[in-house]
Design a protein around this ligand. Structure first.
Ligand code: SF4
Ligand code: SF4
Length: 332
């Protein structure tokens, strides 16, 4: 995380502590549409009914949700956000409010839409890249997508945009495939930061076979991170979350800190599972039985090591320890 962002998030967390708030949002997962121009086998978002797939969230509704919850960071996902006809207005308005925006995209529409955006320290395109050419194209079920995404990343970088990536790992990955893709993104493509996502077995995803269990996830990352690589890679995660992925620490889930707001409302309890929807963030926090969720509590959470459940716990643990705070600042 750039220093400006780390300091701002640090200030926000201290403010929450001083106000003695127990549950507050760190990052909002905003899904202003569910439609996409790809059909990845591991996706659990594009199986909505045709009438929902046609809908687009009005900008005012998205901004009202961001303001009501107050999160300092907003990740705009979907679906493919670049298919939203007013995406640039939504982004401009969020940047104007000094929200750190991650615009998650498969990048296919980026060349056509990039003129509509302006570089800003508050905006990053977060491009979905699951592996090198063959792996990524297999993951998104379409040939040529890796090359298109890489070309779009290079053009965005040439124009001065911050570009980060999000890579989802499955049980078909090995420490070597993790190393290959992260070395490529870090050293060759030179993206600003990289996010890692152990794949979650969405109920609706067509592929139900290739998700990592907890022990597999830990072994995969322990081996991939060895030899000083973890320190060398520009990973967009707190050191404690990376320790968590490696199995060096364990945490409870704090999904209320990365809430998900979509066309259907505030999703309970997180963007991976849908046990109904609340009308506001406040209602979500106050009416969800959070004790029911997390590994060991709900069988659907058994293999989850996703950042939406565990990165906030790691960030809060960082803030409550001087040693961990210094460690996080050193890696900023
Ligand atoms: S690009 Fe993202 S939203 Fe689109 S199908 Fe693939 S995983 Fe789903
Ligand atoms: S462990 Fe937390 S983040 Fe993961 S699926 Fe369960 S509630 Fe969601």
């Amino acid at each position: 995380m750039p220093l400006r962002q780390s300091l701002r998030i640090g200030r926000y967390l201290i403010g929450q502590k001083l106000r003695r708030r127990e549950k507050y949002p760190l990052l909002l997962e905003l899904e202003p549409l569910f439609a996409c121009n790809l059909k990845c086998a591991g996706c659990g978002k594009i199986q909505q009914t045709p009438d929902i797939l046609k809908r687009r969230m009005p900008v005012a509704q998205a901004l009202a949700a961001v303001e009501e919850c107050g999160a300092p960071m907003v990740s705009i996902a979907g679906g493919e956000p670049l298919m939203h006809p007013e995406i640039e207005t939504m982004v401009d308005e969020l940047v104007r409010r000094k929200k750190f925006v991650f615009l998650c995209t498969n990048a296919l529409l980026l060349p056509k839409k990039i003129d509509k955006f302006r570089p800003s320290p508050y905006l990053a395109f977060t491009v979905h890249i699951d592996g090198l050419r063959d792996r990524h194209d297999a993951s998104v079920c379409k040939q040529g997508v890796f090359d298109a995404a890489v070309a779009a990343v290079r053009e965005a970088q040439r124009r001065g945009f911050r570009v980060t990536t999000n890579t989802t790992f499955f049980n078909t990955d090995t420490p070597q495939t993790v190393i290959e893709v992260l070395d490529y993104l870090n050293d060759d493509l030179r993206v600003d930061e990289m996010m890692l996502s152990p794949a979650y077995a969405y109920e609706k995803a067509p592929d139900q076979e290739h998700f990592l269990g907890v022990a597999e996830t830990r072994e995969l990352f322990r081996k991939a991170f060895a030899g000083g690589r973890r320190r060398r890679w520009r990973l967009n995660h707190s050191p404690l979350f990376l320790d968590f992925l490696e199995g060096k620490v364990d945490f409870p889930c704090t999904a209320w800190a990365i809430p998900s707001y979509s066309l259907l409302g505030w999703q309970r309890p997180c963007y991976l599972m849908a046990d109904g929807y609340a009308a506001s963030y406040r209602e979500l926090v106050e009416t969800t039985d959070w004790q029911r969720y997390g590994r060991g509590r709900d069988p659907r959470c058994a293999n989850c090591m996703a950042h939406c459940g565990y990165e906030p716990t790691a960030v809060m643990a960082t803030m409550s320890s001087l040693r961990q705070s210094l460690r996080a600042l050193r890696s900023a």
